[in-house]
Write a protein that binds this ligand. Structure first.
Ligand SMILES: CC(C)(COP(=O)(O)OP(=O)(O)OC[C@H]1O[C@@H](n2cnc3c(N)ncnc32)[C@H](O)[C@@H]1OP(=O)(O)O)[C@@H](O)C(=O)NCCC(=O)NCCS
Length: 158
């Protein structure tokens, strides 16, 4: 059995815009995100600007993104946003790297980093019910299906 990939998570920088834009404009990546359509250039810029804004960590709506690298190569992004109920997380892996355990390693890193950043252990994720790989990633790590709203499964880790 192959060892899990060795992933480093660090804060996302503006310089990684091209890497993120490559994922956000790829319909394989956005299939289960939002309306399922690739993001246009303006949406990508707006989201990155909001993510880099560094609003106070206790403010609802504030975001922090993390770049995942493997041997210094960008392989994915973990996004996090403070909501009323806790910190919502999301994770995107570049399709060239799917199926190698990168998301699992990213999520493991996120589960130790994000509670420290926001000073709370209340984490949540919203998943399209058809996104079975994502649901498996979460349940393997102790998340439980809490509710279903607007067609999305809400998983929580308390
Ligand atoms: C969902 C996503 C993050 C998975 O990334 P990944 O690096 O390929 O996932 P992993 O290799 O860590 O696999 C996770 C688990 O799913 C399994 N898996 C991976 N690809 C699979 C496939 N095509 N079919 C069935 N199982 C699969 C793996 O075996 C692993 O299970 P394990 O814990 O038993 O080993 C990636 O496909 C992605 O970025 N998708 C687009 C964005 C997205 O949907 N994000 C989630 C939003 S909630």
């Amino acid at each position: 059995m192959k060892p899990p990939p060795s992933i480093t998570l660090r804060p996302f920088h503006e310089a990684e815009t091209v890497f993120f834009a490559g994922m956000a404009s790829d319909e394989r990546v956005t299939r289960f995100i939002g309306d399922g359509q690739p993001w246009d250039e303006q949406t990508i810029q707006d989201r990155i600007r909001a993510a880099l804004q560094q609003d106070p960590l206790d403010m609802v709506g504030t975001s922090r993104w993390f770049l995942a690298t493997e041997a210094k190569q960008s392989v994915g992004v973990v996004v996090s946003t403070r909501k009323e109920e806790g910190i919502e997380i999301g994770y995107w892996v570049s399709p060239d790297h799917w199926g190698r355990g990168i998301a699992g390693a990213m999520l493991d890193g996120a589960l130790s980093t994000i509670p420290e950043v926001y000073k709370t252990k209340e984490l949540l994720a919203r998943v399209d019910p058809a996104n079975t790989v994502s649901a498996k990633l979460l349940t393997r790590r102790g998340f439980q299906l809490a509710t279903q709203q607007e067609g999305l499964d809400h998983y929580t880790l308390a």
